[in-house]
Write a protein that binds this ligand. Structure first.
Ligand SMILES: [Zn+2]
Length: 288
């Protein structure tokens, strides 16, 4: 009887460890996700501090900084170095945001939160996934944690404001890619003018299943449809996105080239991509 109890105890603790273990999916097919990229000033107080494809943004204010997205777990060191080489302090980071609760944007969040003590603010519908490291992700079928869980300090809803040091960001709830995918809209200034900046989360389709078969996300089709309409009606001057490839980062800004916000003002590229995504959605939604 005694040995039976001991076995049960061992089994129980083994299961607990397994449930808490973080296993980041392989990124071998995406070497650009880990490739370093020299950080640079996009416009005014908005800086690029991500990798060659996993976009991370730093907004610098007089009261501390806002960091949006963190790439993979292994990106932590790159982001820290990028912030430092721009002349800013990691410890000045006060607010952490994400455009979506996927491991390629949340991977290093826990480490950076621990290093800075910054407040994590998350779209309400991504809050459970951020807090459990992907365990409840609708497309992962409970495969386990894919990134280190992060405590959520503030839950955000569509059109909520995030304020710091004279900056005001508006969160736009753009669900589909994840339940709480979102974009951010805000004004920045440089010596010449004011720009309305959109950090867009493009609604690419994640699931291989038919929409009707995604029982973990019954509203998936209507959420995508809503997001596609919403994203066609945003007023902005300049845009970037969650992945560099989505806004042609490496073509618009060559490492070492001069400050040129105009490179990111091509709305044609934005609307062309939204149109492509609309077609992709329509095709999938039509499937019986
Ligand atoms: Zn994603």
């Amino acid at each position: 009887m005694k040995s039976y109890l001991v076995l049960l105890l061992i089994l129980n603790s083994y299961c607990l460890v397994q449930a808490q273990k973080v296993t980041e999916p392989s990124t071998k097919t995406h070497p650009e996700w880990s490739r370093p990229y020299p950080p640079f000033q996009i416009v005014g107080n908005l800086y690029y501090v991500g990798t060659a494809d996993l976009a991370c943004y730093l907004i610098v204010t007089s009261k501390g900084n806002i960091l949006i997205n963190t790439g993979l777990a292994s990106s932590a060191q790159l982001i820290k170095e990028n912030i430092k080489s721009l002349g800013f302090k990691l410890s000045d980071t006060k607010i952490l945001l994400t455009t979506q609760a996927h491991y390629d944007h949340m991977g290093a969040m826990a480490e950076i939160k621990k290093a800075t003590g910054a407040k994590m603010m998350v779209d309400y519908a991504d809050t459970p996934v951020v807090a459990d490291g992907g365990l409840s992700d609708y497309d992962l079928d409970g495969k386990g944690r894919v990134f280190e869980p992060v405590k959520v300090d503030r839950v955000l809803r569509n059109a909520d404001s995030i304020k710091l040091g004279g900056m005001k960001l508006t969160i736009l709830h753009h669900p589909g890619h994840t339940k709480g995918s979102c974009s951010y809209l805000f004004d920045v200034n440089d010596k010449k003018r004011k720009y309305r900046v959109l950090i867009a989360n493009m609604p690419t389709i994640v699931t291989n299943k038919k929409f009707g078969d995604v029982h973990t996300y019954p509203n998936i089709a209507t959420d995508y449809a809503y997001t596609l309409i919403a994203m066609k009606h945003i007023e902005f001057d300049l845009w970037v996105a969650s992945h560099g490839i989505q806004f042609d980062l490496t073509e618009k800004h060559k490492p070492g080239s001069a400050y040129n916000p105009a490179a990111f003002m091509d709305k044609k590229n934005y609307y062309a991509q939204i149109d492509d995504l609309q077609k992709e959605y329509d095709q999938k939604a039509r499937k019986p």
